[in-house]
Design a protein around this ligand. Structure first.
Ligand SMILES: [Zn+2]
Length: 193
């Protein structure tokens, strides 16, 4: 008989910190153990792939794309381990969904952005809660990136916790983009130049 300790983990950090890579590597370990799992992502993120969770380096796994948090549970009935990428793009109902999946005895791994490009905890799409509310009830796996700011022609290289927008402010807390619109930045280079 299979036994899993019900758990809720949140892989959290800025852009370019390897969150999706970590999520996919963890799922692969569960796959190797023969534990049924499911990979889910919200429809909002259309970077690189509509139907796969892709890392910046190009590896990917097929994902179930859903429009809202209420659609997640039905996909998890046959899975003992649940992997959800880009959790910050869901509505705040995702917090209750994760708690419910854990109560059903499943292992849940979410991956999401820590902060928006203003340096504030990333709000879920309905604005009712933010990533910190989910982090508070999860076992955190906190990743940092490497600061990509240029100083005198060289890369800073310090630990980066921030996602810094390098294009014009779109006027909301969300601007879906990749390397063309963001760098990872340390505290100094997020707040200064
Ligand atoms: Zn820096």
């Amino acid at each position: 008989m299979r036994y899993l300790e019900p758990r809720l983990h949140l892989i959290v950090g800025p852009m370019f910190s390897g969150k999706s890579t970590e999520l996919l590597a963890t799922k692969e370990r569960y796959d190797l153990a023969g534990i049924p799992s499911v990979l889910i992502k919200p429809a909002k993120d259309d970077r690189y792939s509509e139907t796969h969770v892709a890392t910046h380096k190009g590896s990917s796994l097929k994902a179930n794309v859903v429009a809202k948090s209420l659609d997640v549970s039905a996909l998890c009935e046959d899975a003992d381990a649940v992997f959800v990428d880009e959790v910050q793009f869901f509505d705040s109902g995702i917090i209750g969904v994760f708690k419910n999946l854990r109560a059903l005895g499943k292992v849940v791994y979410g991956a999401g952005l820590n902060m928006d490009f203003h340096g504030e905890p990333f709000k879920f799409s309905d604005g009712q809660a933010h990533i910190g509310d989910l982090l508070a009830i999860s076992k955190p796996i906190y990743l940092t990136a490497v600061c990509m700011a240029e100083v005198n022609g060289r890369i800073c290289g310090r630990d980066a916790e921030f996602s810094k927008l390098t294009v014009a402010d779109p006027g909301s807390h969300i601007h879906v983009g990749g390397e063309e619109a963001y760098i990872a930045a340390c505290f100094e280079h997020f707040h200064g130049q």
